[in-house]
Design a protein around this ligand. Sequence first.
Ligand code: FMN
Length: 300
Amino acid sequence: MNDILVLYYSQSGQLEEIAKNIAKPLLNDADVSLTFSEIKLEKPFSFPWKKEAFFDAFPESFLQIPAKILAPPEEVLAKKYDLVILAYQVWYLSPSIPVNSFLKSEFAKQLLENTPVVTVIGCRNMWIMAQEKVKQLLRNVNAQLVGNIVLVDRAPNLISVITIVDWMFLGKKRNYLGIFPKPGVSEKDIQEASRFGETIGKSLQRNNFNDLQPELLKMDAVTVNEYLIKTDKKGNIVFNKWANLIISKKESRKSWLKVFNIYLLLAIWIISPIVYIFHLLTYPFTIAKRKKAIAYYKSI
Ligand SMILES: Cc1cc2nc3c(=O)[nH]c(=O)nc-3n(C[C@H](O)[C@H](O)[C@H](O)COP(=O)(O)O)c2cc1C
C-alpha cells in the first residue's frame, strides 16, 4: 500500500480543485491510500482581498517571514508518506505566506523529511523564482523534489494583470466588463490536470521517480516563457529593496505601501512594456542562452 499526502492551500478554491483533480486517478487505485490536508494559518487571510490587506501582505511574502500555522490533524501527522503532493500559489514572486510558513515549520520536517515531493503551482504566470525558493525550503527539510507541475493563466501578461485584480477583490471569476477573459487557470486546464495523476501513479507503482519529470514534461506539465524569467529575476532584485525598506518603516508602513502600490502600477504598465520591446529586439541573438534557461526551469 502506498500512502500519498496531498497538501494544499487555496483561497478561491482554484488550487484545491487542481490538487484534487490531479489526485483523482489515484483514488481508483486499490494500492493507494490518499490523505488530503489543508494548510491553515492561525490568523487566516480574508478572501476576497481588501486593497490595503493585499499590499500589506507584500513585505512578509517576499521576505518569506513565516506566520503561525495550525498543526495538521493528528491522523495526518501519524503517518509516514511514500509521496507528498504540495499544491501552492505564488504571492509576490515567492511561495504564498501560508505555504512558506508551513515549509518553515516543524511539521514540514516531520512530514517531508526523506520523502519524495511533487510540487503543483497554480498562479497567474510568474512562478520561476518562487519555485527556486521552494526548492531551497524543501532541501532544508531533506525532502526530495521529484516532480513539478505548473498551471497558469494563459491570457497575455497585461490582460491577466487586469483580470486577476478583479478576481482577487471581487472573490469570483467573471468576464470583467463583459469583454475580458475569465481570470486564473482555465476550467479546461483545471479539469485536464487529472492526466498528471496517472503518470504520478505509474512512478509510484515502480517506486522510481527518476523518469517522472521527463514524463510530466511530455504532457506539457510546465511551460516556460523566457521573457517572464527575466522579468521575475529583475522583479526579485527590485522587490528585495522595497520589502526591506517597508519592513524597516514601522510607523509609516501604511504610507510606504501606498508608494509601493504606485511603483507597482508604473512597473507593470510602463517599465515592463519597455523591457518587452527590448526583449523582442535581442530575441534572435539569445537562442542558445534561452534554450538553456528554459530547460533548467522546466526540470527539477
Ligand atoms: C497577494 C497576492 C500576490 C500574488 N502574486 C503573484 C505573483 O507574484 N505571481 C503570480 O503568478 N501570481 C500571483 N498571485 C496569484 C496567485 O498565485 C494565485 O493564482 C491566486 O491567488 C489564486 O490562488 P488560490 O488557489 O489561493 O485562490 C498573487 C495573489 C495574491 C493574493
